[in-house]
Design a binder for this molecule. Structure first.
Ligand SMILES: *Cc1c(COP(=O)(O)O)cnc(C)c1O
Length: 267
């Protein structure tokens, strides 16, 4: 995670800034316990319950990775921020350059949403089928981009959950890796919502083992470097199991948004 510049730390004491500070402390502590460098862990702030002004504040606090689980919402928020940046640069020549935002698509993605989404997105975490991969590859070709993607793994093997079954993951990874306009960058998983820590840890460690197996097979080459796992309730366990990206929503913005409700909405 980016180290917080000193100047942010002294002057800011809004509730959001305090929650972010606290979170960064916990990430640092969990990293130290796991004998890892906190600098290798990226915080993705999941903004689905955030107010627009909270998003702007977060950017000013140095968090530039933002995630949404619904395509429509990501498109809307990304467009709003772009418009704001354009207005600012038009009316205030001396304004500081707009903060660079990296948008992460973390929720279930339907193929018909790929086209409007892709120009705005920096990393898709939720690639979960060959058909979706083919659609993303085709749409990325049209805009002449190579889109970084993570494959979502259903490591807890809950039947209602999206994600690729552990046993099918290697084969699909090889197929994705051969697509010219996708860059296979790693794996994502969501653990079960449970108080049973061993179940959560198990889902994370299975995903890490799969990741290591892919490395061993040289799938993705040097690009294979991300494990997106860990949310507000379980990120410390995820860090212990090797997560490089945390997706944190409610700890920053409050509210307990349903993590996997995108499917009904988009259907
Ligand atoms: C909402 C969501 C998160 C964040 O969950 P919190 O528990 O609020 O931190 C992470 N990942 C996905 C896929 C989500 O939909």
């Amino acid at each position: 995670m980016d180290v917080l510049p000193e100047r942010h730390r002294v002057a800011r004491n809004s509730p959001l800034a305090e929650r972010l500070d606290k979170l960064r402390e916990r990430v640092a502590e969990a990293s130290i316990r796991a004998k890892r460098d906190p600098a290798e862990i990226t915080l993705v702030a999941v903004t689905k319950t955030a107010a627009p002004e909270e998003i702007r504040e977060l950017l000013s606090l140095g968090v530039h990775d933002l995630g949404e689980n619904r395509p429509q919402q990501l498109i809307q928020r990304a467009t709003q921020l772009q418009e704001l940046a354009t207005r600012r640069s038009q009316y205030a020549e001396s304004a500081p350059p707009p903060e660079k935002v990296r948008w992460h698509m973390i929720g279930h993605l339907q193929r018909n949403k790929a086209k409007p989404l892709l120009p705005l997105v920096n990393l898709v975490h939720s690639l979960d089928s060959l058909r979706l991969a083919e659609e993303l590859d085709a749409q990325a070709a049209k805009i002449e981009r190579r889109i970084p993607v993570l494959m979502q793994i259903n490591a807890s093997e809950e039947s209602q959950k999206s994600g690729v079954a552990v046993g099918a993951a290697i084969h699909l990874a090889e197929q994705i890796d051969s697509m010219p306009h996708l860059q296979f960058t790693g794996l994502m998983t969501m653990a079960e919502l449970t108080d049973d820590e061993s179940k959560i840890r198990n889902a994370f460690s299975r995903t890490r083992e799969l990741f290591e197996e892919m490395k061993w097979h040289k799938i993705g080459g040097a690009n294979l470097r991300h494990l997106s796992m860990g949310m507000s309730g379980d990120f410390e366990l995820a860090i212990a199991e090797g997560a490089t990206m945390l997706r944190i929503g409610s700890l920053l913005f409050g509210g307990r948004a349903d993590a996997d409700d995108a499917e009904e909405e988009d259907a």
